[in-house]
Write a protein that binds this ligand. Structure first.
Ligand code: GLC
Length: 732
């Protein structure tokens, strides 16, 4: 019996549903791992018996179509399968990891990259990706910070929207469109101790005002699906969190899409200890309205009994199945279930590479540039010594979550230098260390010797890709191995040393800074890492990245983030003491009773939103043009930004707000808007922002969202330390 829809209407789906047995329905709620492909006889049998609704990890379009044909022609209802994959930051061509995309502060580019990734994935038969990951992440020890858009709710929200729009396009059924999935609902980024799969313990206010915000935006952006987190939120595993999934996501926000569990997360409810057995796990997940069970089979084993026993209603199962059928309908799978063999990518390989190159270039953050040593003038250099364990690593530069990434497409820094400097100056390459975790040995000695005979040294260091990502957390976030020692030895030659760090997370790099004349920091920039670095170092492009996280002085400062609460005794420079200033035998003193560490003070190494350029920008004339917020309108502000240097460059103009008094304490600053603009050397640009009441609303003590009247501060500048200030009031 094939139930292909005559046309895509809701009524037709109900017609299909009415003709399905309970077993058929339960089959639609099951997502299986298809890694075994056509040789997995149990997979083929399950499809034939209608016990599979979607498949993850099949990326061969021929196999996708073969499995689809079995579902359409041999299963009881002939309902098409949907094929899913983690397309996180590219498919074959790899863009910067999401944390690096956030560092561009360029959502248009992120949207374009997602569209191109969708196109490559679509060609492989993929119609559903498990991205964007929008977990607000404030602990760089956590390996999955790599997949997030950093520490700020607003940045995660706007990048999440950009990727959803890129993946899904205007029409989910159009060629090249794939369903997006906002994950991991919710609070996963606050995993205790930065250890994956550990608990999240946050207040309801923190959950609402920080972690839920990006998901609320994703729902408003029309995301097709949401994934529940593997972790527990204040004692309740997200996958069984009825209050958050039914209560907030569906009932309060009106999310009408599909909720998928994370890998085995329904089965793991018993491991968490929230259920005593698998049947109870199935019950609690269904009660929470998890529509699809990823890879475990609790629903397959127990949902029928639960329905027959009246513990789960048939209507509840129908609602879950309708979510699945509706996703498939919206994807056009009832009318066009096969991946067309003649499908053409939405862009040429050159265009995809250009986007990857552009986004990689914009993702680099210039942290130090002593005496404007960068950009280098390749005409005045006879030889450059390229050193480092990340200088020629086509796979490592791709970062985490690149199962389909083609490292053969990678252009490494070495290749890029050889291509771009060909004929101008000699490129001498030495690894210096076998891997980023190696100790200095003969390789280092050779590298130092070669460096001593070159005009300038460029050291490409950082983290291998495997040191970040899921389940790859680090208790110490220093540069691994002897990389700092290698740079110290290179600097001891007396040469100019430019350091480029390629990492999956923020790192504690304070001990590196004294030995580097310039530091460019990037989060695994992907396929086109090399050309991006070459362009930036030799001035074909100017750095425009800004930190989407706070760079701590030490791991002991974590959690440290800009939008903290003021507390009752905030630290100031004149209220703290250094451990080094405390004499031996010091007596107890009441001095310095403020919020700081004796050894590291209260400030990070580099703040959120920070990034240097090859020029300087000056901010002036911050003016409130109008304030209609009390009347329900908007606040309009204008600021003048001047490029006072000699190079054209992009600036990320950032707007922060503080609600001085609230029914709960409010952050000292919150990013509310930004604009990345190109300002030619010597010119000014006036930038306007508007804020609505929604922008200054929050989840209040009364447990409702809204605005609280009072005084507000507003700053605009090039980082979270912006000091150009105006104040405004909201009277009601
Ligand atoms: C993993 C991740 C999730 C991913 C899923 C499928 O455990 O937590 O982000 O989408 O499994 O690969």
């Amino acid at each position: 019996m094939s139930l292909a829809l005559a046309k895509n209407t809701e009524k037709d789906l109900w017609t299909i549903l009415e003709q399905m047995s309970l077993r058929d329905k339960i089959g639609q709620l099951r997502q299986v791992d298809g890694s075994g492909g056509r040789s997995d006889s149990s997979l083929l049998e399950a499809i034939r018996e209608g016990r599979v609704g979607s498949i993850i990890n099949v990326v061969d379009p021929v196999v996708v179509n073969e499995l689809q044909q079995i579902a359409l022609e041999e299963s009881p209802c002939g309902i098409p399968l949907v094929f899913a994959r983690d397309v996180i930051h590219g498919f074959k061509t790899i863009f910067p990891i999401p944390l690096g995309q956030a560092a561009t502060w360029n959502t248009n580019l992120a949207k374009e990259a997602a569209r191109l990734a969708a196109s490559e994935a679509y060609a492989a038969g993929i119609r559903w990706t498990f991205a964007p990951m929008i977990d607000v992440s404030r602990d760089p020890r956590w390996g999955r910070i790599a997949e997030s858009f950093g520490e700020d709710p607003f940045l995660n929200a706007v990048f999440g929207r950009a990727l959803i729009e890129g993946f899904q396009g205007e029409d989910l059924a159009a060629l090249g469109s794939i369903a997006a999935c906002a994950k991991h609902f919710v609070g996963y980024g606050d995993s205790e101790a930065g250890i994956d799969y550990s608990s999240t313990n946050v207040s309801e206010f923190e959950l609402r005002n920080v972690h839920l915000e990006p998901f609320r935006e994703a729902v408003m952006a029309g995301v097709a699906s949401v994934m529940s987190s593997l972790s527990d939120v204040d004692g309740i595993p997200a996958t069984a969190h009825k209050e958050l999934i039914r209560g907030v996501l569906r009932d309060e926000w009106g999310f009408a899409g599909l909720v998928v569990s994370d890998w085995d997360s329904i089965k793991q409810l018993s491991v968490h200890g929230i259920t005593s057995d698998d049947k109870e796990a199935a019950y609690q997940a269904a009660e929470a309205r998890i529509d699809i069970e990823m890879t475990s089979d609790m629903y397959e084993k127990h949902l029928e009994d639960l329905v027959c026993a009246g513990e789960i209603s048939g209507d509840a199962v129908d609602a879950m199945v309708m979510s699945v059928l509706t996703l498939k309908q919206n994807l056009g799978l009832f009318n066009a279930p096969y991946t067309p063999r003649d499908y053409k990518l939405g862009a040429s390989k050159a265009e995809i590479n250009d986007c990857a190159h552009h986004q990689a270039s914009e993702s680099f953050v210039l942290l130090k540039n002593r005496d404007a040593v960068l950009p280098l003038d390749q005409k005045s250099i006879d030889s450059v010594c390229l050193v480092g364990p990340m200088a020629d690593q086509p796979q490592e530069q791709l970062g985490t979550w690149v199962f389909d990434g083609d490292s053969g497409l990678s252009v490494t820094p070495l290749k890029a230098f050889q291509n771009s400097l060909h004929g101008d100056c000699e490129v001498v390459f030495e690894k210096g260390l076998e891997t980023t975790r190696s100790s200095c040995g003969e390789l280092a000695e050779v590298a130092v010797e070669k460096a001593s005979r070159s005009d300038v040294v460029v050291a490409i260091i950082g983290e291998e890709a495997i040191l970040s990502g899921e389940a790859h957390c680090r208790a110490n976030i220093n540069l691994p191995g002897d990389q700092v020692e290698l740079v110290r030895r290179l600097k001891a030659t007396g040469k100019t040393v430019i350091v480029v760090i390629l990492s999956g997370r923020p790192l504690t790099i304070g001990n590196l800074l004294p030995h580097a004349d310039a530091v460019l920091f990037a989060l695994h920039p992907g396929t086109m890492t090399g050309p991006a670095i070459s362009d930036l170092i030799f001035g074909k492009a100017a750095p425009s990245g800004k930190l989407p996280f706070t760079l701590p002085k030490s791991v002991g400062q974590i959690p440290i983030y800009y939008s903290k609460k003021n507390g009752g005794r905030p630290a100031t420079h004149d209220s703290i003491m250094s451990i080094d200033d405390i004499p031996a035998g010091a007596e107890q003193t009441s001095f310095g009773m403020t919020a700081f560490h004796l050894d590291d003070g209260f400030e990070p190494l580099f703040p959120f939103g920070f990034g240097l350029s090859y020029t300087n920008f000056e901010y002036s004339d911050l003016t409130i043009l109008s304030n209609e917020l009390t009347q329900g309108g908007e606040l309009e502000v204008s600021v003048r930004v001047g490029n006072v240097g000699l190079k054209d460059a992009y600036e990320v103009v950032q707007l922060y707000v503080r609600d001085r008094v609230g029914s709960i304490t409010r952050p000292v600053r919150e990013l509310k808007a930004f604009e990345k603009i190109l300002i030619p050397a010597g010119q000014d640009r006036d930038v306007r922002f508007s804020l609505s009441r929604a922008d200054v609303s929050f989840y209040r003590r009364c447990r409702e969202y809204g605005v609280e009247p009072g005084a507000f501060d507003l700053w605009v500048g090039g980082s979270s330390l912006a000091d150009l200030h105006v104040a405004f009031e909201i009277d009601a």
